[in-house]
Write a protein that binds this ligand. Structure first.
Ligand code: NOJ
Length: 548
C-alpha cells in the first residue's frame, strides 16, 4: 500500500468556476479535463472536485438531487469518466465530494416524502416532526439554519392542510436525511461504490460532523455555525446537531467499503470541530484517513499562533496515527491573499462586501505567499484552492444583485456570503472572460485585477506566485517535506516574531513581523516566498534553506 494521501497536495476544483468549455459562463467537466495538464505541471498529487451532480444549484451543487449522475450544465457521465481517466493518465488522483447530511428537496426521496403521509416510511428518511402549539404552527425546536433563519420549514400536506415540519441545517431546499433509517445507509453505500467503480480515488465528506442529531432534538441556545464558527465541544458544551458519537459508526462502515477496493482509496472529513482531539477522533485507524484542519486556516498570522496550531495539529494527528492536514483557502472562506491583508486576528473568515473595510492587497499577497511556503514545508497533506497559485484575491466589491449564495439571500444581505471566493479563474489575460471560457460570460463577474494575475501572465515569470507554487511543490517532493509526524523547531529562530523549523535537510525560516533578519551562515536559499533584503529575511517572508 502506498498511502499516497499521507503527504498528498490536493487541489480543489470548484467546477462552476474553473474552466468553461461550452461558453455558457459556467464551468464544466470538459473544461476541467482540458486544463488538467496545467495541474499536472503545477505539481499537485490529486484533484478534489466539489459537487457536479444533478442539482437545482440552490447551494452551488451542495444540494444534490441525484448522487449517481452528472448535472447537465456540467456535462455527462461520459465526461466524468473522461475526466477521471485523463487525470489518471497524467498521474493525478481524483477525489469527489459526497454530501450525506442532506439531499436537495428535488431528490426523488424528498418528493416521495412530501407526497406521503406523516409517519410513513417515505417521511422517515428525513427529519419530519410535528410542530408545537395548539395547531402545530411553531417549529419543533429553536435550531437555526447555518445560512440564517429557522432550521425548520413547514410543509403543506397532500390534502392541502398545513402539515409537519422538516429539518434543514442549511437552506430550506436542503432537507436533512435521517441516518437512523437503514435505507439511508444503503443509498450512500451504493453511491460510494458507484464512484469507486468509476475510478474515484476518494471522497471529501461534506459537513461530516452533522449526520447524527441528539435524540429528541433538544433546543440549543448558542448560535453555532459550522462555517467560520467552529462547533466547539467541551464537557459543558455539546451542540445537539454537531459531532455526535453516532457519526463515527457511519465512518467505520464507509471505511470498510473503501478498504474493500484496491488502489488505496481515501476519505477526508469536512468537520468544523474543536478542540483538535475531537477532530482527530474522525481519523482513528478504522475511520477516515484525514480531516480538514480548519484550526489552521483560522490561526492568525503571528509566530506564536502559527507555532501553536502546527504543534497541536501534528501531535494530535500523530496520536491517532493519521497525517495532519493544512488548508488556507477553500470555496467557503475569504481567500487567504485577502484575509491576510487585515491586521492579524482582526476579522474572521466571512465574506467582504463593497461597504466593508477593504484588505491591503499587497500585504495580503506577501503574507499569503509566506503562509503557503510555510504550509508546504509541514508534515502531512495540504489542500490548495483553485486560483491561490495565482495569488488571486477575494472579489471584495461584488454588488448584491449578482450574489448567489443562499447565506446572502436568507439573511437579507447581513451575511455577505461566499461568492467572493468563487469567481471564475483567469487563464489568459487577453481573452474574453480572461480565458475562463470561449465567451465573455461568467456566472459571477471577475474583478479587473484577475487579468493581471491570469495564468499566462505568470507562466515562466520569475518571482510570480505561480512559479513560487511550482517550485515549492517540486522541492517539497524532492525533499520529502510532507513525510513524518514530528516537529523539530529551531529555538534560536523562535522569537516572538519568527519561527524556524528543521524538515529533514531543509531549514524553514519565517519572519512574521520584524526587522530583516540575518540568515544562518553555511546555507543556500532553495526557495523564498519573496525577495530578500540585502541577503536578509524581511518581514512576512518564508525561506527554505539547504546546507551550502
Ligand atoms: C459545506 C460546503 O463546503 C458548503 O459549500 C455547503 O454550503 C455546506 N457544506 C452545505 O452542504
Amino acid at each position: 500500500m502506498t498511502e499516497w494521501w499521507r503527504d498528498a497536495v490536493v487541489y480543489q476544483v470548484y467546477p462552476r468556476s474553473f474552466a468553461d468549455a461550452d461558453g455558457d459562463g459556467i464551468g464544466d467537466l470538459p473544461g476541467i479535463t482540458s486544463r488538467l495538464p496545467a495541474l499536472a505541471e503545477l505539481g499537485v498529487d490529486a484533484v478534489w472536485l466539489s459537487p457536479f451532480y444533478p442539482s437545482p444549484q440552490n447551494d452551488a451543487g451542495y444540494d444534490v438531487s441525484d448522487y449517481r449522475d452528472v448535472e447537465p450544465i456540467f456535462g455527462t457521465l461520459a465526461d466524468a469518466d473522461d475526466l477521471i481517466g485523463t487525470a489518471h493518465d497524467l498521474g493525478l488522483r481524483v477525489v469527489v465530494d459526497i454530501v450525506p447530511n442532506h439531499t436537495s428537496s428535488e431528490h426523488r426521496w424528498f418528493q416521495a416524502a412530501l407526497a406521503a403521509a406523516p409517519g410513513s416510511h417515505e417521511r422517515s428518511r428525513y427529519m419530519f416532526r410535528d410542530g408545537g402549539g395548539e395547531d402545530g404552527s411553531t417549529p419543533p425546536n429553536n435550531w437555526r439554519s447555518v445560512f440564517g433563519g429557522s432550521a425548520w420549514t413547514r410543509v403543506t400536506e397532500p390534502d392541502g392542510t398545513p402539515g409537519q415540519w422538516y429539518l434543514h441545517l442549511f437552506d430550506s431546499t436542503q432537507p436533512d436525511v435521517n441516518w437512523d433509517n437503514p435505507d439511508v445507509h444503503e443509498e450512500f453505500a451504493e453511491t460510494l461504490r458507484f464512484w469507486l467503480d468509476r475510478g474515484a480515488d476518494g471522497f471529501r465528506i461534506d459537513v461530516a460532523h452533522s449526520m447524527i442529531k441528539e435524540a429528541d432534538l433538544p433546543d440549543w441556545e448558542d448560535d453555532d455555525s459550522p462555517m467560520g464558527g467552529t462547533a466547539e465541544i467541551t464537557e459543558d458544551r455539546r451542540p445537539p446537531m454537531w459531532d455526535q458519537e453516532g457519526v463515527h459508526e457511519i465512518y467505520r462502515e464507509w471505511r470498510r467499503i473503501v478498504d474493500s477496493y484496491d488502489g488505496d482509496r481515501m476519505l477526508v472529513a469536512e468537520a468544523w470541530v474543536t478542540p483538535y482531539e475531537r477532530l482527530a477522533r474522525y481519523t482513528r485507524p478504522d475511520e477516515l484517513h484525514q480531516a480538514f484542519n480548519f484550526d489552521h486556516c483560522v490561526a492568525p498570522w503571528r509566530a506564536a499562533d502559527q507555532r501553536g496550531v502546527v504543534t497541536t495539529s501534528v501531535e494530535g494527528s500523530a496520536a491517532v496515527g493519521a497525517p495532519a492536514t493544512w488548508v488556507l483557502s477553500n470555496h467557503d472562506i475569504v481567500r487567504h491573499a485577502s484575509r491576510f491583508g487585515f491586521p492579524p486576528a482582526s476579522r474572521g473568515l466571512g465574506g467582504i462586501g463593497p461597504d466593508d473595510p477593504q484588505p491591503d492587497a499587497v500585504l495580503g499577497l506577501r503574507r499569503a505567499r509566506a503562509a503557503t511556503a510555510f504550509m508546504l514545508s509541514l508534515p502531512g497533506s495540504a489542500y490548495l484552492y483553485q486560483g491561490e497559485e495565482l495569488g488571486l484575491p477575494e472579489h471584495t466589491t461584488l454588488p448584491g444583485d449578482v450574489r448567489q449564495d443562499p447565506a446572502w439571500h436568507r439573511t437579507g444581505g447581513e451575511d455577505t456570503g461566499r461568492d467572493g471566493c468563487r469567481v471564475p479563474v483567469p487563464w489568459e489575460a487577453d481573452a474574453p472572460s480572461f480565458g475562463f471560457g470561449p465567451s465573455a460570460g461568467t456566472w459571477l463577474p471577475q474583478p479587473p485585477v484577475y487579468g493581471e494575475l491570469a495564468r499566462d501572465r505568470q507562466q515562466g515569470v520569475e518571482g510570480s506566485t505561480l512559479e513560487l507554487y511550482k517550485a515549492a511543490l517540486r522541492l517539497r517532493r524532492e525533499h520529502s517535506l510532507g513525510h513524518g509526524d514530528t516537529l523539530d523547531w529551531v529555538e534560536q529562530w523562535c522569537g516572538p516574531q519568527s519561527l524556524g523549523l528543521r524538515r529533514g535537510d531543509v531549514l524553514v525560516l519565517v519572519n512574521f513581523d520584524g526587522e530583516p533578519a540575518d540568515l544562518p551562515a553555511g546555507h543556500r536559499v532553495l526557495l523564498s516566498s519573496g525577495p530578500l533584503t540585502d541577503g536578509r529575511l524581511p518581514s512576512d517572508t518564508t525561506v527554505w534553506l539547504a546546507p551550502a
